[in-house]
Design a protein around this ligand. Structure first.
Ligand code: 13P
Length: 247
């Protein structure tokens, strides 16, 4: 039985006043029946973790370096995220693959480091619009999945997030059929490769909001969502969490 996960990715948004949203989210969901995760920017990690102490809300980073320490100006190690109170880290988000030229091989090495440190890696994959229109979606995703997930993935240390690049921040959501096809494919690939592939959670991400969450959560093999814009305000994120609890 896979535990559902509602995850918010704040991306490069939020300063101290945004901690009020963390508090409001916890207040709306004192005892969530699904796993609840917020990934604020690195500057807020420690404060968000402190705010979430004693609550089921988990806090995660948005990236980590593959090395344990060293001369990597501006980077953050997995151990540092853990030290700041994180228990998850998003890896290989399409914005990092695009803006920072992260390849699946780099994401793989980051996942090894994250898992070794004791973090749960939320490993993102997704096709561009050009790739979908060329009919390459399933092969692109299969390659990203195979290349990004290291051998040691288990249901406890790995979450996969399918985020079609063309659906991120655009208001365009993949259709039920598109999501269903991809998630079934990813499930088969995970089962094929990993002993616990059937128990690993697969999230959908890309313009998830209150109005479409219930429909998306009704799709087979959708174990939750990775939410960007609609996770910034508790009033937007909370109905998505409730939809997942009711799914
Ligand atoms: P939006 O929900 O803003 O489309 O972002 C999705 C995303 O990239 C989450 O990681």
């Amino acid at each position: 039985m896979r535990r559902k996960l509602a995850a918010g990715n704040w991306k490069m948004n939020g300063t101290a006043e945004a901690l009020a949203e963390v508090a409001a989210l916890m207040q709306s969901h004192p005892e969530p029946s699904v796993d609840l995760l917020l990934c604020p920017p690195a500057t807020l990690l420690a404060r968000a973790s402190e705010a979430a102490e004693g609550h089921a809300l988990a806090i995660g980073g948005q990236d980590c370096h593959c090395a344990a320490s060293g001369a990597h100006t501006g980077d953050i190690s997995a151990a540092m995220l853990l030290d700041a109170g994180a228990s998850y880290v998003i890896l290989g988000h399409s914005e990092r693959r695009q803006d920072h030229f992260e390849t699946s091989a780099i994401v793989h090495d980051k996942a090894v480091a994250a898992q070794a440190a004791g973090l749960i890696a939320v490993i993102c994959i997704g096709e561009t619009l050009a790739q979908r229109e060329a009919g390459d979606t399933l092969t692109v995703l299969a390659d990203q999945l195979a290349g990004s997930l290291p051998e040691g993935c288990t249901a406890d240390n790995t979450v996969v997030a399918y985020e079609p690049v063309w659906a991120i921040g655009t208001g365009l959501t993949a259709t039920v059929d598109q999501i269903g096809e991809v998630h079934a494919n990813l499930r088969a690939a995970l089962v094929d490769r990993f002993a616990q592939g059937g128990d690993m959670r697969i999230l959908y991400g890309g313009s998830v909001k209150a109005g479409n969450a219930a429909e998306i959560f009704g799709i087979d093999d959708v174990d939750g969502a990775l939410v960007g814009g609609a996770s910034l305000k508790a009033s937007d994120f909370s109905p998505i969490v409730t939809a997942l609890e009711n799914a």
